[in-house]
Design a protein around this ligand. Structure first.
Ligand SMILES: Nc1ncnc2c1ncn2[C@@H]1O[C@H](COP(=O)(O)OP(=O)(O)OP(=O)(O)O)[C@@H](O)[C@H]1O
Ligand SMILES: [Mg+2]
Length: 198
């Protein structure tokens, strides 16, 4: 029987947080190695990612790599008015940062040019659990689902590729998906790339 979402979230988050700094470092380096040669990464110029929290797989090797390749990075910022959506703002070495209500570091909004979600090339998103068929379970806020809901409505329209980043143990044989859940195009882990859409 499938576990309910709450129990599953709690178990995986616990395991994620219990990784040592050394395990996290190795996982992050392996993830970066796995993703760097992938066509979706190589072709992307405008890339959104996240700063890790709660044991999420670390993006710092990827951030370094992207900067050395001249790619433009973006971080999600909680939308100041429409609270349940994400804005994507440029993330450079000198971007002023602050902690948001979840204590996650995000760029301070000071009128910098935002990039609409549909105009990103690649979105590397955190997740709690994934399935190899593109199912994604997040932290339960629905932020990513709302921000990329347009991908459900207009499959033919080009939008960013959505790739989940995770520790390989976050994979589940199946996930209970809801109608609003936006499926992933792929998942990159410390072990491999799961390619879902072509
Ligand atoms: N497109 C949408 N429009 C309105 N409400 C939505 C939409 N997508 C998700 N929600 C709401 O958000 C809530 C949380 O959704 P869900 O449990 O799928 O979060 P999640 O995928 O774990 O979170 P996140 O997207 O932040 O990683 C749900 O109760 C759902 O009603
Ligand atoms: Mg969801």
């Amino acid at each position: 029987m499938m576990q309910d979402r709450k129990t599953l979230r709690r178990q995986i988050r616990l395991r994620r947080r219990s990784l040592t700094a050394r395990q996290q470092r190795h996982a992050a380096q392996s993830l970066c190695r796995n993703l760097r040669s992938h066509l979706w990464f190589r072709q992307a110029q405008h890339i959104a990612l996240y700063l890790p929290n709660d044991g999420e797989i670390d993006t710092s090797p990827l951030i370094k790599l992207c900067r050395s390749l001249g790619k433009q990075l973006y971080l999600p910022v909680l939308h100041p008015i429409r609270h349940n959506r994400l804005w994507f703002t440029p993330y450079d070495t000198d971007t002023p940062m602050r902690r948001n209500c979840y204590r996650i570091l995000e760029p301070v909004l000071q009128g910098q040019p935002r990039r609409p979600a549909h105009a990103l090339d690649l979105v590397l998103m955190p997740l709690v659990a994934f399935s190899a068929d593109g199912g994604r379970m997040g932290m339960g806020g629905g932020y990513y689902d709302r921000s990329f809901a347009f991908k459900l409505r207009a499959k033919a329209l080009k939008g960013p590729r959505l790739i989940g980043l995770a520790h390989d143990f976050q994979r589940q044989p199946q996930l209970p998906l809801e109608p609003w859940d936006v499926p992933l195009d792929g998942v990159a882990t410390d072990s491999r790339i799961y390619r879902i859409s072509c």
